[in-house]
Write a protein that binds this ligand. Structure first.
Ligand code: CO
Length: 160
């Protein structure tokens, strides 16, 4: 297992559409294991494969129990409600902004062995799924920001 470099905003790979995964082999498992290590070290809420330079349709998303769920070839099959909240991204350090997202999503994806599953999420976790799945079609949260936030002010207020 290894820590991989996180690609930064401006790199063209972040604007490309990812390829679907068809082989659930050891190479895929190694990539996922490395992404776990990379995300844990970066202490983020999610990480998509293009962020480590791989145009593959997979991501990790932090779910309610604090673990990282692997989603391969994910799609949002249901979305309802709306929420506004602040997002950041490991590929866009220092920038934070308000993004409107659905409040509830149902995601269909495959696990690392190719088994299809569905996962429902609300609130912050629903937001994280949307953010990571956007990465897989070449979209960054900054395209959807309605208002950029000064992180100093925002996070100081948050701690009080
Ligand atoms: Co991101």
């Amino acid at each position: 297992m290894a820590i991989r470099n996180i690609v930064q905003e401006g790199d063209p790979i972040l604007a490309k559409k990812c390829r679907q995964i068809t082989e659930f082999n050891e190479r895929l498992h190694l990539l996922l294991d490395d992404m776990h290590d990379t995300l844990k070290k970066a202490d983020g809420a999610g990480l998509a494969a293009p962020q480590v330079g791989m145009l593959k349709a997979l991501a990790l998303v932090m779910v309610d129990d604090g673990s990282y769920l692997e989603i391969i070839n994910p799609e949002i099959i249901e979305a309802s409600g709306t929420q506004e909240g602040v997002e950041g991204c490991l590929s866009v350090p220092g920038k934070w902004g308000v993004v409107e997202r659905p409040d509830h999503v149902k995601v269909r994806a495959q696990d690392r062995n190719g088994n299809v599953f569905e996962y429902e999420a609300d609130g912050f976790t629903a937001r994280a799924f949307c953010h990571e799945i956007d990465h897989l079609s070449g979209h960054l949260f900054t395209e959807k920001v309605t208002e950029f936030i000064d992180p100093k002010e925002y996070f100081e207020d948050d701690e009080e």
